[in-house]
Design a protein around this ligand. Structure first.
Ligand code: FRU
Length: 474
């Protein structure tokens, strides 16, 4: 048995040994992607290839912490029903033995090609980083094709998460980086053939206007086009909280501007946070066959309190967000649930116009839409959302899963609050505000038997019970 085969067998055994425990956990989501066992973090290799959507994920099958990551793999024909596929990558080679870290996928010559970071901790305990490839002809079985990029001069080994795309017949790549003087940056590469790559320099970095002091490391960059403009998404580490902004341990956000491919220069505006909730990190996008720019993110944040997550007792931790469509409106990204998400509706549970207050019960796998003059929503006797007209702030409050103390996240809504679309999935909430102007993404560890909702305001409320059999994990 090769080392790769041994790792696969151990991972499949881990799934089998824990399946009962994981699936029986009433916090386990029923329509979001979550790990079959162990820890899931970043979405990777997100692509629609030959019609089928493929979403890979950073995966530690052996325990609910970080370590030498695998690439797990889900596929879907319709973005609603997902199937767990065989393991795509194991940390089995000299160049990726401490983890097949995050990366992306492209379609080329009838093949599905993956780019990922080979993370190595050497005998001296030092980090090494290699940008590697693997490929598949059937989209299921992947063969590693080795190291394509060694660490260029000017960076520390915190250099990872290649995102590759094509533009006017050439290939381009951005890599998350830290410069020698410990400033977060995005490195830019170019290639004719996906094998040999030229380092074109740094696209932008944290000590450069208008991004002063934007952290010591940037992870998971993604360069995309929305509405004729370039958007650089990334996840900077080391930002100071600033009023209602940057309140999580690490952030995800974007700058909008113009990439000059010839000069390898990105001119751009300031950094905008992408999500206003507690758990959202490492988003990745893809352009699907219908021309939609679709984002998926890890519903988590690398956090020193991660080990306090209550699901760890049941052998798993973290989940993905729903796929969301991005649009750019006046220089700001709007995120909306895909139309396909309506297929999740099993039956309508509420349709009511409310003059002051509604108190009722809902299922923990629900979609809720609220329209009108909304003042407060309370869910599961655990979390509240309230809008203050004077400050224009919408605030979410929940007890911390570490010590129960109340914690809040807020966003400003200059046009007021007039619409909410909320997806609840057992221990998660995605709250789309004003048709995607802002989103709060968070985990909720409310009492599993609590099913209450309380809405205050002059509103119309509609809710649906959602299907609970759309994710097949074995
Ligand atoms: C982001 C990240 C990436 C890295 C991966 C390792 O959450 O730290 O930079 O590739 O996770 O699992």
């Amino acid at each position: 048995m090769t080392y790769d085969e041994k790792l696969r067998k151990q991972a499949y055994d881990a799934i089998e040994n824990h399946q009962g425990m994981v699936k029986k956990d009433l916090y386990y989501p029923t329509y979001h992607i979550a790990p079959p066992v162990g820890l899931l973090n970043d979405p990777n290799g997100w692509i629609q290839w030959k019609g089928t959507y493929h979403l890979f994920f950073q995966w530690m099958p052996f325990h609910s912490g970080h370590g030498a990551k695998f690439w797990g793999h889900f596929s879907s024909e319709d973005l609603v029903n997902w199937t767990l596929e065989p393991i795509a990558l194991t940390p089995s080679q000299w160049f990726d033995k401490s983890g097949c870290y995050s990366g992306s996928a492209v379609s080329v010559d009838e093949k599905l090609k993956l780019f990922y970071t080979g993370n190595v901790k050497n005998e001296l305990g030092q980090r090494e980083t290699y940008q590697c490839t693997a490929e598949s002809v059937d989209g299921i079985t992947f063969t590693k094709t080795g190291v394509k990029i060694d660490l260029p001069e000017g960076y520390t080994p915190h250099f990872r998460d290649p995102k590759v795309w094509a533009y006017k017949g050439r290939w381009y790549m951005v890599v998350g980086a830290q410069t020698d003087n410990e400033v977060g940056a995005v490195a830019f590469f170019e290639s004719n053939d996906l094998d040999s790559w030229t380092h074109r320099g740094i696209l932008t970095k944290a000590d450069q206007d208008p991004l002063n002091n934007l952290g010591y490391m940037w992870e998971c960059p993604d360069l995309l086009e929305l509405n004729g403009q370039n958007v650089l998404l990334f996840s900077p580490q080391g930002l100071q909280a600033d009023g209602i902004d940057f309140n999580n341990q690490y952030q995800s956000g974007y700058v909008v501007g113009k990439l000059d491919y010839e000069k390898a220069e990105l001119s751009h505006g300031g950094f905008i946070e992408l999500d206003r909730g507690f758990e959202f990190y490492a988003p990745q996008t893809t352009l699907d066959d219908y021309g939609r720019r679709i984002l998926v993110a890890w519903m988590g944040v690398p956090d020193q309190n991660e080990s306090a997550q209550p699901t760890i007792a049941n052998g798993w931790v973290h989940q993905m967000t729903l796929p969301r469509e991005l649009t750019l409106v006046d220089g700001k990204i709007y995120q909306t649930p895909l139309n396909e998400m309506e297929q999740l509706r099993a039956c309508e549970s509420i349709e009511q116009s409310v003059s002051k207050e509604l108190a009722t019960s809902i299922s923990r796998g629900s979609e809720i839409q609220i329209e009108g003059e909304i003042s407060t929503i309370e869910l599961f006797n655990y979390t509240t959302l309230s809008y203050d007209k004077n400050t224009e702030l919408l605030t979410m409050e929940r007890p911390s899963y570490v010590d129960g103390s109340l914690e809040t996240r807020s966003c400003r809504l200059p046009q007021g609050l007039y619409h909410l679309r909320i997806f609840v999935d057992h221990s998660s909430l995605e709250i789309f505000v004003n048709y995607g102007e802002e989103v709060f993404t968070s985990r909720i560890f409310a009492d599993v038997f609590e099913d209450s909702i309380r809405v205050q305001g002059r509103v119309n409320v509609q809710a649906w019970d959602l299907k609970n059999d759309t994710i097949q994990v074995g």
